[in-house]
Structure formats: structure tokens, C-alpha cells
Design a protein around this ligand. Structure first.
Ligand SMILES: NC(=O)c1ccc[n+]([C@@H]2O[C@H](COP(=O)([O-])OP(=O)(O)OC[C@H]3O[C@@H](n4cnc5c(N)ncnc54)[C@H](OP(=O)(O)O)[C@@H]3O)[C@@H](O)[C@H]2O)c1
Length: 311
């Protein structure tokens, strides 16, 4: 089969298509003939060797859609140890979800990984209540653009998008965000009463600014930190302002089958109703994965980036 192989940690040029043996299914796994694979921000950090470095050579890629060889069913699956940028993948049955007929392959793989993260942050950790005001950082990104739509579909009050460029802000408004700003410091003008639920995927100084925008009794949920380590939050600050900080990691969602099943069901149901759409930034062939990594690192992409593994 053809796959994109990483032989040395480093830049996007380290990702090269090769012909390699097909993976075999282990205990509790199934083999999938993949049609599309997804890119996620963590792939960039894994490629650089700064996050969960795998044993090399490695095939990266955390989400795929395709047909299960054992029964021909169309499934979308999450891979925690990589293997997605390939024509064939061995996936854990517990992390594979059958795709409803009215959801196409692009939507299925565009929704599951980043949608479950958004769901976990807003609902499981963030305890979103109808009418809550919500702010979403990196709102034009893969997680962010789904979080904006999900918050609205689940009855949030005003939803504020934070995104770095006017083009990304316009994109977030096109998803239904009531207001779009460049920096968390600008939220005070847009939402003077504060934010009930703040989804942070940036960390560092932006996390502290985001926390300052949270209303009394509100929550901040962190799903990631980049551009430096996450900031330290002092307990006294939280007590004095009566705000909470939560973390959310996809592995905990996958470790809780009922939560994963519920998140997948909500995502696909909302997608079927037209209330949630993965916006596809681009679909690249296997030979284009390196360039797509470079575009993500340069913050050029909006929505989901996909790989057509047959091209
Ligand atoms: N906790 C979990 O289990 C989990 C699961 C999935 C993803 N995540 C995290 O969620 C975040 C978003 O992931 P994603 O897959 O949606 O990524 P994405 O589509 O590439 O979006 C990332 C966005 O982050 C913003 N950004 C801020 N600083 C950046 C920097 N130094 N380099 C690149 N982008 C930067 C950019 O938006 P602006 O230009 O608007 O700032 C960029 O568009 C990542 O931190 C990822 O690790 C966490």
C-alpha cells in the first residue's frame, strides 16, 4: 500500500509517500480500506518530535474514514498511535463508529476527532447550559469552527469567536458567531457581562487574558497549549472571582465509551439536521501532506484538512 512515512523528526519535508506493507489487525482491531484521512494540529507536533514522539519510521494520522474489510461497513475511526495517512489502517473497534448513510466521507472524518474534542470541551467538561455566553479561541481552526457551530446548536447565548485575521473572523461569523475579535482582551467590549464558558486551545498569555474575560461562576476549558507552555493559574484568583478551570483530553473521552458514543451520536445527528458542517479547507493527495502540514503551521488553513489516500 501507499502511505506517508516519517523517517526523521523535523519539518514537513520529512513526510514522504512510500510503498510499505499493509498493517495487520491485532486483538480488538479491524482493517479499514481508507478513503480519506484527516490532519490534526497534534500531527505537526508529533512530526517535530515535541509531542508523543513515536518510534520511527512512523505513519502519522489520527482519523480515517473507509470500509471495514470484515463486513464492508463504512466506518470513521480514531487512531491514537497514528497510521492514518495510508491506504489501509488497522483501527481499534472501540474507536470506530459506523457512519450514517446521509453523512458523506468528508463530513464523517471532518467531524469526529475535532468534533468530539469540541463536544468534550463544551458539554462534558464545560457543562454548557442553554443561554450561556461562549467564547472560542482559534475559532476558524478544525476544533474551533466545529465548537462555534456546536455551541449554537446546543442553545448557547451569544457566541464569540477569537481568530487572528479578518478573513478568519469573517469565516467564524459565517458559521453563526455573533461577534468575532482578534484577541481575548477585546471580548470585554463585546460581552461586558463576561463569558460563561471559554474554550481555550492556545494557552500561554492568551489563556490568562481569556480567564480574565470569564464571568463569575463561569468556566474556562483548556484543550491545548502552544506557542509556549500553558500559564500557571493561581487558586486564589479562581476563588476570588468564583470561576473554574477544566482540562479536556480526547484520550479521556475514548476511555469513557458512553461519552464517546454520546458525542459521536450528537455530532452526526446535528450534521444530519444541517446544524453542524465540517468545512473542508482542502483535500490533498498523499504527496501533498507535507505542504498541508506547512500550511497548518503557517496558520493558513480554516476548517478541516483532508488527505485523499487514493490520490
Ligand atoms: N485536548 C485534546 O484532546 C485535543 C484534541 C484535538 C485538538 N486539540 C488542540 O486543539 C487545538 C486546535 O487543533 P486543530 O486540529 O483544530 O488545529 P488547527 O485547525 O490547525 O487550528 C489551530 C489554530 O490555532 C491558532 N494558533 C494559535 N497559535 C498558533 C501557532 N503558534 N501555530 C499555529 N496555529 C496557532 C490558529 O488560529 P489563529 O490564526 O486564529 O490564531 C490556527 O488556525 C490544538 O492546540 C490542538 O492540539 C486538543
Amino acid at each position: 500500500m501507499r502511505a506517508v512515512v516519517l523517517r526523521g523528526f523535523g519539518g514537513p519535508e520529512e513526510l514522504r509517500p512510500e510503498t510499505v506493507p499493509e498493517p495487520e489487525a491485532g486483538e480488538g482491531e479491524s482493517v479499514i480500506d481508507v478513503s480519506l484521512a484527516g490532519l490534526n494540529f497534534a500531527d505537526l507536533e508529533i512530526r517535530e518530535g515535541v509531542y508523543a514522539p513515536p518510534r520511527l519510521p512512523a505513519v502519522l494520522g489520527a482519523d480515517v474514514v473507509g470500509r471495514r474489510r470484515s463486513d464492508g461497513r463504512r466506518v470513521v475511526a480514531l487512531l491514537r498511535e497514528g497510521g492514518g495517512y495510508a491506504q489501509v489502517a488497522a483501527v481499534r473497534d472501540a474507536y470506530a463508529v459506523e457512519v450514517p448513510e446521509d453523512i458523506d466521507d468528508m463530513q464523517a472524518v471532518g467531524l469526529l476527532e475535532q468534533g468530539c474534542t469540541a463536544y468534550g470541551a463544551l458539554v462534558t467538561a464545560g457543562r454548557l447550559r442553554p443561554g450561556d455566553s461562549v467564547a472560542v479561541t482559534a475559532a476558524a481552526g478544525g476544533v474551533g469552527h466545529l465548537a462555534v457551530q456546536l455551541a449554537l446548536a446546543l442553545g448557547a447565548g451569544p457566541v464569540a469567536a477569537i481568530a487572528s485575521t479578518p478573513q478568519k473572523q469573517a469565516f467564524a461569523r459565517s458559521l453563526g458567531a455573533h461577534v468575532a475579535v482578534a484577541r481575548p482582551e477585546e471580548l470585554t467590549e463585546a460581552l461586558p457581562d463576561g463569558v460563561d464558558l471559554y474554550l481555550d486551545s492556545v494557552g500561554g498569555p492568551a489563556l490568562r487574558a481569556g480567564l480574565a474575560a470569564v464571568a463569575p461562576f463561569g468556566r474556562l476549558v483548556s484543550v491545548g497549549a502552544r506557542g509556549g507552555a500553558s500559564d500557571t493559574v493561581a487558586l486564589d484568583d479562581l476563588t476570588g472571582r468564583s470561576v473554574g478551570v477544566h482540562g479536556l483530553w480526547m484520550r479521556q473521552i475514548l476511555a469513557a465509551p458512553a461519552v464517546f458514543a454520546r458525542a459521536s451520536q450528537v455530532l452526526f445527528t446535528l450534521a444530519s439536521r444541517g446544524l453542524l458542517t465540517a468545512r473542508i479547507d482542502r483535500v490533498v493527495p498523499l504527496a501533498g501532506v507535507g505542504a498541508a502540514h506547512a500550511a497548518m503551521a503557517a496558520r493558513e488553513t480554516m476548517g478541516k484538512v483532508l488527505v485523499d489516500v487514493r490520490a
